[in-house]
Write a protein that binds this ligand. Structure first.
Ligand code: ADP
Length: 481
């Protein structure tokens, strides 16, 4: 767009001559005129001129007063004032009050054109800088709010920028990050940062991020990072991969425990079968013992395989839920009977139910049975001293069925309590030493209960025991008592 200037003068001769002179020298210029300061102000209010030229001496509002007004409404517009010959004081005043330049009468057209061109150029550059500033602001706004953590490290290793996501992922506030060495914030930075892929002048291509561990405020964080070199700094972007890393580790552990869980009963069954084939070593009682062992170990094997299958069905959403009339008391008695057979450590399982009859309910009996079996199996497994176990039918009220499995076994360390329902999570290996498990039992319980619209809660004191409470929504069903 062509630059546009406004010339303000009460002298009609000058108001005609000046634009003419400018058009001759600056062909691309658009010139508008005003014959008074108030008229000029009205024009300035609506148009953003590239420069304004005004006579300093005008009747009514003079050039200096006009300059003051321009400074208020368009401070970025360069203004040139025309002063009378020898009016140095006025010229100095004009400059002090923010005029870009002054032009003395009689006007030297050459000087006037050069000064005005410079004023227009300055305005153009100012506008460009403003655009770039806005652009930069937009970029930094984007960087500030992207989901990835972004930080900038200068050539001395000091952090110069730290965005919101970096704060959220690491828990390190902006004020604590900026100005500090990256090595002080991300433990291990000095050792591992050389292996972070960084795109630079020599490797301009986008680099694939690399997953690396850092210690942050006593926590281990796995971050997937990559960087770009810019001038004298490096911009790093990262994502938090700690959860995936933990899951990978849990999966690895699971493969190890699951194969152990499968191999142990298989070995026992194999041993028993081999012994049975030799008719010279066993009496009738021995044969019976071996057969019982094969039966119970096969059952254990089936349970492990079943857990793995149910967990996989849960993940893929392939598990469907039914609803049938259920006699809760009978279902509980049946679950306890079948579990009691496995309680090798002689643990007694008591059932505690309200003395009066229970209302009939409709629920998925297979899923409920599975939840109770898993909870009871754990209660037995983690009660090495054989303390009592109680399965309590707490209540059937207001469309909610509440059941609780209580044991007085090992209990669960407070630090573990939040995670024991996680998939594959197994508690302290010291405590669970020698006790088999896949870490799927409680995961399955929680998922089944939640998908039936219920809740499962844990109360546990290490060394004293645990109570798992299950609350499920049920529909009333006639018949079952
Ligand atoms: P697992 O196959 O290891 O038993 P679970 O998902 O059933 O897997 O349980 C997860 C962990 O929770 C167990 O490894 C154990 O540390 C802890 N846990 C579960 N139930 C009990 C309980 N009744 N008493 C003590 N610890 C328990």
């Amino acid at each position: 767009m062509n630059p546009t200037v406004l010339i303000v003068d009460d002298d009609p001769a000058l108001l005609e001559a000046l634009p003419e002179a400018l058009r001759l020298r600056m062909s691309e210029l658009t010139v508008e005129t005003s014959d008074s300061a108030p008229d000029a102000l009205a024009k300035i209010a609506v148009a953003d001129y590239d420069a304004i030229v005004s006579d300093i001496k005008m009747p009514g509002m003079d050039g200096l007063a006009l300059l003051d007004e321009i400074q208020k409404v368009r401070p970025e517009t360069p203004t040139l004032l025309i002063t009378g010959h020898g009016e140095h004081d006025l010229a100095v005043q004009a400059l002090r009050r923010g005029a870009y330049d002054y032009i003395q009468k009689p006007i030297d057209r050459e000087y006037f054109t050069v000064s005005l061109s410079r004023a227009i150029e300055k305005r153009r550059l100012d506008r460009q800088i403003e655009l770039q500033r806005l652009e930069l602001e937009r970029h930094s706004h984007v960087l500030e709010h992207v989901a990835d953590g972004v930080f900038v490290v200068d050539c001395d290793g000091v952090v110069q920028f730290w965005n919101l996501a970096a704060e959220q992922i690491t828990g390190i506030a902006l004020a604590d990050a900026v100005g500090n060495p990256a090595g002080d914030l991300l433990g291990g930075w000095d050792d591992v940062s050389p292996s972070i892929p960084v795109a630079g002048a020599e490797r301009p291509k986008r680099q694939l991020a690399r997953m690396l561990p850092f210690e942050v405020n006593g926590r281990e964080l796995w971050l997937s990072l990559c960087g770009v070199e810019v001038a004298d700094a490096t911009v790093y972007s990262f994502q938090d991969r700690t959860d995936e890393r933990m899951l990978d580790k849990l999966k690895d552990d699971f493969v190890a425990t699951a194969s152990h869980e499968l191999r142990t009963p298989l070995a026992a069954i194999y041993g028993a079968a081999k012994t049975l084939r030799r008719d010279d070593v066993l009496d009738d009682e021995g044969v019976e013992r071996m057969m019982a062992m094969i039966a119970s170990e096969s059952e254990r094997l089936a349970r492990v395989v079943d857990d793995i299958l149910v967990a996989s069905h849960l993940d893929s959403g392939r598990l469907s839920f039914a609803s049938a009339p259920v006699d809760v008391r009978a279902l509980v008695a049946d679950v306890v009977d079948s579990m009691q057979m496995h309680a090798e450590n002689g643990v007694a399982i008591d059932v505690d139910a309200p003395p009066n009859g229970l209302p009939g309910v409709a629920i998925d009996p297979i899923k409920l049975r599975r939840v109770l079996l898993n909870l009871l199996e754990n209660a037995i497994k983690y009660s090495p001293e054989g303390g009592p176990i109680v399965l309590r039918i707490a209540s059937v009220e207001n469309g909610r069925l509440r059941l609780a499995v209580h044991d007085e076994g090992l209990g669960i360390p407070h630090a573990d309590q939040e995670r024991i329902f996680d998939k594959f999570y197994r508690g302290d290996p010291q405590l669970a030493r020698g006790v088999g498990g896949t870490g799927l039992g409680l995961y399955i319980c929680r998922e089944l209960v939640q998908r039936m619209g219920g809740e499962i809660e844990l109360e546990s004191e290490p060394g004293k025991g645990s109570t798992f409470t299950v609350e499920l929504p049920v529909r009333a069903a006639a018949g079952a008592r």
